[in-house]
Write a protein that binds this ligand. Structure first.
Ligand code: GNR
Ligand code: NI
Length: 176
């Protein structure tokens, strides 16, 4: 089932999400719904707070080669346990901040530990787009958006645009 994605500014995007204590079929179903929502958008990652669920769950699939096998990952309670001194810059976007893109500098490589959908611990080192995306998603669990890395002036401009966009969309929904 496809889920609606919250648009910034929204207090639910600023909250610290709670750890997932135990896996359940409901949570696995939520992860599947998030993957469906992400692929449909389309996006390469999605965090539970973006659909209004304040729990530490993210999904991602950063395989971008045309025709390559997809790699849907669901991570419960993901944690960065090591990051490289080397950084890389990516032009980031966010499904909660549509049509806005900006360069963000982050560690080029991160080692992430998480619980997989079977409740087993997993750990992997990511680089390239995967490293950027997994850090972007974990930020969402801590109430942080990529625009928080920009200057206050840029952030304010973007936030004002998003307030307008949300008003327009609300008006459209009312059929005006
Ligand atoms: O779809 C997305 N693309 C993206 C591009 C560069 C850096 C991060 C991302 S994540 C984003 C989807 C999203 O908003 N996830 O929270
Ligand atoms: Ni995002």
């Amino acid at each position: 089932m496809k889920l609606p994605i919250l648009i910034h500014p929204d207090p639910r995007l600023k909250k610290l999400a709670d750890p997932v204590p135990d896996l359940s079929d409901d949570l696995r179903r939520l992860a599947d719904d998030m993957l469906e929502t992400m692929y449909d958008a389309p996006g390469i990652g999605l965090a539970a707070p973006q659909i209004g669920v304040s729990q530490r769950l993210i999904v991602l699939d950063c395989v971008k080669e045309e025709g390559a096998a997809p790699r849907p990952l669901a991570m419960f309670n993901p944690e960065v346990v090591a990051s490289s001194d080397e950084t890389s810059v990516y032009e980031e976007g966010c499904l909660s901040i549509p049509e806005i893109y900006a360069d963000v500098t982050r560690p080029a490589e991160v080692t992430v530990r998480w619980m997989d959908r079977d409740g087993n611990p997993a750990e992997e080192t990511f680089d390239g787009l995967w490293a950027t995306c997994v850090q972007h998603e974990i930020d969402h669990l801590n109430g942080k958006l990529f625009i928080d890395y920009l200057t206050a002036l840029k952030r304010q401009l973007i936030t004002r645009k998003m307030v307008k966009l949300k008003k327009e969309r609300a008006r459209e929904r009312e059929g005006a």
